[in-house]
Design a protein around this ligand. Structure first.
Ligand SMILES: *[C@@H]1O[C@H](CO)[C@@H](O)[C@H](O)[C@H]1NC(C)=O
Ligand SMILES: *[C@@H]1O[C@H](CO)[C@@H](O)[C@H](O)[C@H]1NC(C)=O
Ligand SMILES: *[C@@H]1O[C@H](CO)[C@@H](O)[C@H](O)[C@H]1NC(C)=O
Ligand SMILES: *[C@@H]1O[C@H](CO)[C@@H](O)[C@H](O)[C@H]1NC(C)=O
Ligand SMILES: *[C@@H]1O[C@H](CO)[C@@H](O)[C@H](O)[C@H]1NC(C)=O
Ligand SMILES: *[C@@H]1O[C@H](CO)[C@@H](O)[C@H](O)[C@H]1NC(C)=O
Length: 334
């Protein structure tokens, strides 16, 4: 290796180190006593595996449930998902910045702003350059009360907040048609991948015990499929959406940039997101049920568009389908 190349490497290493130090307090987790790893500190594992630590290039047992399956919640701690209503989560870079500060190593670090995700840090601490740069988070559910049995293929994204992680209290709308969970409840997880201009290839996953309440439907969630990149993507020179290319209906979370069991293979500069880019609409995913579609073709850039079962859909999917038809018509006339 030449001397100049060695110097370049040293400088690069120093820069990476600096970035790590400045952002180490800033990563974000969903905090709740129903989560796996609620009390995991930076001392629990041989490496810093706090719930807020990002997951990149990890083995399956390291990234799945954040490696926290052996740190289950206490009996009875469960996160309620009221069908047809918002579920409010608390997202923060430190447990001390949430309502659950009492069991945090550093105690209460909340500020006068109740929505402070990361007290005493800039927004880059939670990986965004600003509101326009937000890339969305998702909640997914598996209808199985035994988290140790849940596999990546079992999770369906049921709610998205595209303006996550802007505020500590973040609402996720629960689809009105969510069916009841089995005895013992369901298993859920929070997922987030941030924008590429505010840090590296970082995935976030926190698992928790959940339960759907106030149900009015028993139609099961359909088998989830892999999401596809189909929205307009001006950052990568793609000016028009490709609606036939979208996966509609029940979709898996985005598993990206781990050493094992990825379902997304996008490169560093074009991460997959929980946004329209992958047909993850903002709010409840109302079209994830077995009876949601009358016609659901395999997606491809030239595939025909699916047809919603309007008898089965809720008013929000009907509205969405009407606005989409307008959008598609205007596209067809190009
Ligand atoms: C992932 O980890 C392996 C083994 O530690 C390493 O060889 C590889 O370079 C890493 N890949 C990335 C993209 O960081
Ligand atoms: C977390 O720690 C608090 C305080 O020590 C304790 O009361 C609680 O039971 C612990 N929860 C779990 C899931 O270990
Ligand atoms: C996202 O969360 C924010 C903050 O709680 C909330 O104001 C907004 O309505 C949520 N968006 C959706 C689509 O639920
Ligand atoms: C889940 O919610 C239903 C409806 O409220 C309730 O009957 C059931 O006991 C709950 N299950 C758990 C494990 O809390
Ligand atoms: C269609 O989706 C695939 C899978 O995500 C993606 O690789 C491809 O670029 C997309 N094509 C178009 C035209 O959107
Ligand atoms: C459409 O929805 C209705 C109401 O849930 C249901 O009875 C019917 O079987 C659905 N059609 C299809 C093709 O799934």
């Amino acid at each position: 290796m030449s001397l100049s190349r060695l110097f370049t490497l040293i400088i690069l290493a120093a820069l990476v180190g600096l970035q790590f130090i400045s952002s180490v307090a800033g990563h974000t987790a969903m905090w709740h006593p129903s989560m796996y790893g609620f009390n995991v500190t930076d001392q629990t594992f041989p490496y810093d595996n706090r719930p807020v630590s990002p997951l990149t290039n990890f083995t399956f047992s390291q990234w799945w449930f954040h490696g926290h399956l052996c740190f289950p919640p206490n009996e009875g701690d469960i996160f309620d998902l009221p069908a047809g209503q918002p579920a409010t989560t608390e997202l923060a870079c430190n447990k001390g910045a949430t309502s659950f500060f009492a069991s945090s190593e550093g105690g209460d670090i909340r500020t006068s702003n109740p929505n402070d995700v990361c007290p005493n840090s800039g927004t880059d601490a939670f990986h965004t350059k600003g509101f326009e740069d937000l890339t969305g988070c998702a909640l997914a559910i598996a209808y199985n009360s035994d988290a140790t049995q849940v596999q990546p293929e079992d999770f369906t994204v049921f709610s998205v907040n595209q303006t996550c992680v802007w505020t500590r209290f973040t609402d996720f709308q629960v689809p009105a048609k969510m069916p009841p969970c089995p005895a013992g409840g369901c298993t859920c997880a929070f997922f987030w991948i941030h924008s590429p201009d505010s840090g590296g290839e970082q995935n976030y996953m926190n698992g928790f015990k959940c339960n759907v309440t106030g149900t009015t439907s028993t139609v099961p969630v359909a088998a989830p499929k892999v999401a596809r990149r189909c929205g307009a993507d001006s950052a990568n020179g793609k000016w028009h959406a490709s609606p036939g290319n979208c996966t509609y209906g029940a979709k898996l979370p985005l598993y990206w940039f781990q050493a094992e069991r990825n379902n997304m293979f996008e490169d560093t500069y074009a991460p997959p997101f929980y946004t329209d880019l992958y047909e993850f609409r903002d709010g409840p995913q109302d079209d994830i049920f077995e009876d949601s579609y009358l016609f659901l073709p395999d997606p491809s850039p030239t595939a025909p568009l699916p047809v919603l079962n309007t008898t089965a859909s809720t008013s929000s999917t009907r509205r969405r389908s009407a606005s989409k038809q307008r959008h598609w018509k205007s596209r067809v006339s190009f």
